[in-house]
Design a protein around this ligand. Structure first.
Ligand code: AMP
Ligand code: MG
Length: 281
């Protein structure tokens, strides 16, 4: 998945659980990685008849459902668009309007915005079958907690400063959850002083210009957390806040391009100054 992953597991079956999670991650990479070839996603994108396992069908269905739920802000068929901008092969360039139009029309699958969160929830399924007390997984910046800390205090997860190597604050999370951040600092290039990042606005085929530099989502379901972090980044603060008010399954922290921080009332954010987003205003 072109990133670093770090797995810590406490408990009798820690070793075997880590090894099974490793196998599961390698299989997900093989099936869904952007490097196509003979992968499930590569064959889907070539229009081949692919016999999907029940789990693969479920993943695709859920991606479609998240696209619908977010009004298309999460769009798992932007592969050609990301490719045109060079984000898949690091050959960065600004494509012309015609190229973007064609790329949008091609509707090639790309699970990049949801697969790491999905990997988190699949890890939880593995851990559930084992003698394991607790675990902390960092799957390329997507954090998955499992169980409770030994001393009973909540997990503390740092939220990265989008414009520095430090953390702007910490979210406290009880038990098993996914904490996923989408940001304009994770993958980008600059040209003539303008930053072009990897999160695309499906309406335009250009990097989403929503006034945000990152969105963190805290949710019990990993894939939902991941898809929503990307979608909320595309929506921006105002639309994202309205979306949160209509929902009941996640909390979020928004960092604006000017550094201002907004957090929903259940996000458990501390260690910084921020505006609280409430159910009713
Ligand atoms: P994330 O880091 O989870 O926000 O996912 C970003 C990745 O998902 C990008 O590198 C692309 O592969 C893909 N992507 C970009 N824009 C979108 C979008 N609007 N919806 C779904 N996937 C996207
Ligand atoms: Mg995402």
């Amino acid at each position: 998945m072109d990133t670093y992953m770090d797995i810590q597991i406490w408990g009798e079956d820690g070793e075997i659980a880590a090894s099974q999670i490793g196998d599961m991650l390698r299989q997900l990479e093989k099936d869904w990685s952007a490097t196509q070839g003979n992968s499930v996603i590569g064959r889907l994108n070539r229009g081949e008849d692919v016999e999907l396992t029940a789990q693969q069908q479920e993943l695709l269905q859920k991606a479609k459902a998240m696209a619908e739920r977010t009004g298309g802000a999460f769009d798992p068929q932007l592969r050609s668009v990301s490719l045109a901008w060079g984000f898949l092969n690091k050959a960065y360039e600004i494509p012309d309007a015609k190229t973007i139009e064609k790329a949008l029309w091609e509707k090639q699958w790309d699970m990049g915005a949801a697969i790491k969160g999905y990997a988190g929830q699949q890890s939880v399924s593995v851990l559930d079958t084992m003698r394991v007390d607790r675990a902390l997984l960092n799957l390329g910046g997507n954090v998955q907690t499992y169980g409770s800390k030994a001393d009973g205090t909540p997990w503390s997860i740092g939220i990265q400063n989008p414009r520095g190597a430090d953390y702007v604050g910490v979210v406290s999370v009880e038990g098993t959850a996914s904490i996923v951040t989408s940001g304009d600092y994770q993958r980008y290039f600059e040209q003539d002083g303008i930053r072009y990042h990897h999160i695309m606005d499906p309406k335009t085929g250009y990097p989403a210009d929503s006034g945000l530099s990152s969105v963190t989502v805290i949710c019990r379901d990993g894939m939902t957390a991941d898809a929503l972090s990307t979608a909320l980044f595309v929506m921006g603060l105002e639309e994202g806040t309205a979306f949160w008010r209509e929902s009941s399954d996640f909390e979020a922290v928004f960092i604006l391009s000017d550094g201002q921080i907004y957090a929903t009332e259940g996000a458990g954010l501390s260690g910084c100054e921020f505006e609280v987003i409430r159910r009713e205003n």
